[in-house]
Design a protein around this ligand. Sequence first.
Ligand code: NAD
Length: 359
Amino acid sequence: MKILITGGAGFIGSAVVRHVIDQTDDEVINVDKLTYAGNLESLKDVSQSSRYHFQHVDICDGQAITQVLNDYQPDAIMHLAAESHVDRSITGPAEFVQTNVVGTYTLLEACRQYWSALPEERKSAFRFHHISTDEVYGDLPHPDEMEGELPLFTEESSYAPSSPYSSTKAASDHLVRAWGRTYKLPVIVTNCSNNYGPYHFPEKLIPLIISNALAGKPLPIYGKGDQIRDWLYVEDHARALYTVVKQAQPGSTYNIGGHNEKKNIDVVLKVCELLDELRPKTTPYRDQITYVQDRPGHDRRYAIDASKIEKDLGWKPQETFETGLKKTVEWYLNNAQWVEHVQSGAYQNWIKENYEKRS
Ligand code: NAD
C-alpha cells in the first residue's frame, strides 16, 4: 500500500511515518509545508528508507497536491496537516482557517478528482482518512460540577467546539463527511484525545513543562490547573491510525483515547516527580510551578469512550500513563539537541537554505 501522509513532519504525523516504515512493508509519501511545527529531524531514523518520500508542499496549493497524487498514485491518504496549537489559534485564527478549513477542502477536491479517475478496483479500496481531535465536541461536565458517573465523548456526541482551533477542525470534519456522503469519496474520520510522547513541540503542556523545568524557568499552569484531559501515548495513536486506515469501512468514525483522565496540575506534578528522580537538583522541580491567568474559553474536561475501536478493530493502548510519561521524560532528557534546534529556530534556517531557495 502507498500511503500519502499530510503533516508527516509534525508530532503525530512523524510517529505515523516511523510506524509505517519500521513496522510494515508499506510506502509513505510525506507531504508537509514545514511550518514551525514540522521538523524533518523527527524522521532521521526512517528517511533513508527507499519506501519513504518527502514532498515540501502546502495542502492549500491544489495544483501541487494534484501533481503529487499523479506522480505517486497513492492507495490512501492520512490527513494530519493542521495548525494545532489552541493558544496560537486565539491570537492568530487566520492561519487556522486557511490550513485547517481551506487546506482540507483543497485536499478533498484534489483527491476527489484523482480518485474518480482510478480503475474500479483501486477506487473502491481507496481511503481518505481524516485525523481530528476530541476538542470538536466542546467540553464535558467536570467532577466539581456533577456527582456520580461522568459522561464520555462517543462517536454520537454533538459538535460544540469552543476555540478557533477546535472550530476549524470541526469544520474540516464536516467537509470530509460531506465529501463522503455527496461524492461517495471513501472517507473515515477519527477523533482523538490529547497525545503526548517524543518529538512534541515544546509549546504544548508536557514538553513545555519538561523543557522549562530543565532550563530553571517557571512552569506556567492555567487557572487552578484543574482542567481534565484524557492522555494517549503518541505511538499508541499511530498504531490506532494505521489499524483504522487498513481496516475501517468507508463512512465510519472512531474515537481514540487512552482512558487516562488527569487534571493538568497532576500531570505537571508527575513530570516534576520524574525529573526529581531522573535529573535531581538541590530543590524540587515543583517549586518552579507558577499559576497564570486562564486561557479564554478554556474547556474544563475531555474524556473519550474508545470502546467502538476496541470492539470493531481490536485496538487497545499498550502504554499506561505511568509508562508512557516515563518514556517521554527520558526521551527529552536524551534529546536536548532536538529541543534546542526547534526552539532556537536553527531548524527553520536550515529549511530556508535547503527548500525555500530551491522553490
Ligand atoms: P503538529 O502541529 O505537531 O504538526 C502539524 C504538521 O502539519 C507540521 O508538520 C506542519 O508543518 C504541517 N502543516 C501545517 N500546515 C500545513 C499546510 N498548510 N500544508 C502542509 N503541511 C502543513 O500537529 P500534531 O500534534 O502532530 O497533530 C496532527 C493532527 O492530529 C492535527 O490534525 C491535529 O488536529 C490532530 N490531533 C492532535 C492531537 C494532539 O494532542 N496533538 C490530538 C488529536 C488530534
